[in-house]
Design a protein around this ligand. Structure first.
Ligand code: ADP
Length: 371
């Protein structure tokens, strides 16, 4: 296992492009960390710097307290699994697993032992004599993981390892990788653009945008306490809803034509400090409660929306509606699915309402406990 520390790490490519800005992160022994963000935000660059495949332009990278900036890739005790599994097509699963060890000149009986042990962990024992073309995508991916696993390493790096698999295989492999991690216990850094993958697998998630870390936290923290508008919109599916407005006379006045206003003292510690500011009121699709029979709850904010489209998904219905012309998505009980074109009144409890400063994009300070 290994403890990793990145201090003010930057990457400026030779063409002058600044791909990673002041990346700071301490990764504990055995932690499972996901780097998540849209394509091009610097996830792979960060991972490649950790692997020693890309030079660190400035800043420091430590492995177990030892400065590793100049350490060769081989000496870092790191194994990497890439998006393309790159198995040798003319070698069997056994030979693919054994290949690296054979190159290192390890005794055949030790190799045999290691291959069998690794195959057992990955459920590949019955497939050792097969060739890659005789395997499913998920099985190929397991062999690729196995090749990394078979070497004694302290750190696993995975760059979008599931993106070549279909949706069902991805879900299966997600839990398999988690199980392997639990069994092996190696510190793991996993890159993905898929927030669901990050949410389901990580101990902690690092959200990146344009080379800058936006927030680091547990899946729970990122979901319930997104610190800025980007994280709020990135984590969660369907995404968070945003309604724009301005604080006037101590109340939030929404931008829509109706000029609906609400008392934000429940969700902002210092309302006076917000006076005159443009803000974004936010809530998650599943946080809403439908108001039936006009019985408006005393607590929370109530809105009227026009239903544009409904999607019955079985366990819930996604309602695409508009609040004063602004699109929102509501996730409700399928038995309450409203008619298209009808009006739907919904309530957001105070603990599920968020407020962001539009200029800084940061969450407005509040003492609300969200769980
Ligand atoms: P991600 O993994 O999040 O998709 P990358 O780390 O691959 O993002 O890339 C981050 C940014 O750096 C992108 O804008 C990409 O175009 C740029 N980039 C990647 N490799 C190079 C390179 N060798 N030279 C210049 N720019 C690069």
């Amino acid at each position: 296992m290994a403890h990793l520390l990145l201090k003010d790490v930057n990457k400026v490519y030779p063409n002058g492009f600044h791909a990673v800005h002041d990346f700071n992160l301490e990764i504990m022994d055995g932690e499972f960390i996901c780097l998540v963000g849209s394509s091009g935000c610097g996830k792979s660059t960060t991972l490649r710097m950790i692997a020693g495949l890309e030079e660190i332009s400035s800043g420091e990278f430590y492995i177990d307290g030892v400065l590793a900036n100049q350490m060769s890739s081989r000496d870092r005790g790191i194994a990497m699994v890439f998006q393309s599994y790159a198995l040798y097509p003319h070698l069997t699963v056994y030979e693919n697993l054994a290949f690296g060890l054979m190159l290192e000149g390890i005794d055949a009986d030790v190799i045999e032992e290691k291959v069998q042990a690794t195959a057992k962990i990955l459920g590949l024992t019955d497939y050792l004599e097969r060739f890659p073309r005789q395997l499913s995508g998920g099985q190929c991916q397991r062999v690729a993981v196995g090749r990394a696993l078979i070497r004694k390493v302290n750190v696993f790096l995975m760059d979008e390892p599931l993106s070549n698999l279909d949706a069902k295989q991805r879900v299966t492999m997600r839990s398999e990788i988690k199980q392997i991690h639990r069994g092996v216990g190696a510190t793991t850094i996993y890159v993905t653009h898929d927030q669901t993958e990050a949410m389901t697998m990580s101990d902690r998630i690092v959200v990146m945008k344009l080379g800058v870390v936006q927030q680091v936290g547990t899946p729970f923290e990122l979901y319930f306490y997104p610190r800025n508008l980007f994280v709020a919109g990135f984590i969660g599916e369907p995404p968070m809803n945003f309604l724009n407005g301005k604080v006037q006379g101590g109340r939030l006045v929404f931008d829509g034509e109706e000029g609906k206003t609400i008392d934000i003292s429940h969700i902002a510690n210092d309302v006076a400090a917000l006076e005159g500011k443009e803000v974004v009121f936010a809530f998650r699709p599943e946080a809403v409660n439908l108001v039936k029979d006009g019985k408006e709850p005393e607590e929370g904010y109530t809105f009227t929306s026009k239903v544009e489209l409904t999607e019955l998904l079985g366990d819930n219905t996604n309602v695409y509606a508009t609040v004063d012309g602004v699109n929102v998505i509501l996730k409700i009980n399928p038995h309450d699915t409203p008619e298209r074109g009808s009006e739907c009144v919904f309530n957001i409890p105070f603990k599920s309402a968020y407020l962001y400063d539009k200029e800084t994009e940061l969450a407005v300070e509040t003492d609300i406990v969200r769980h």
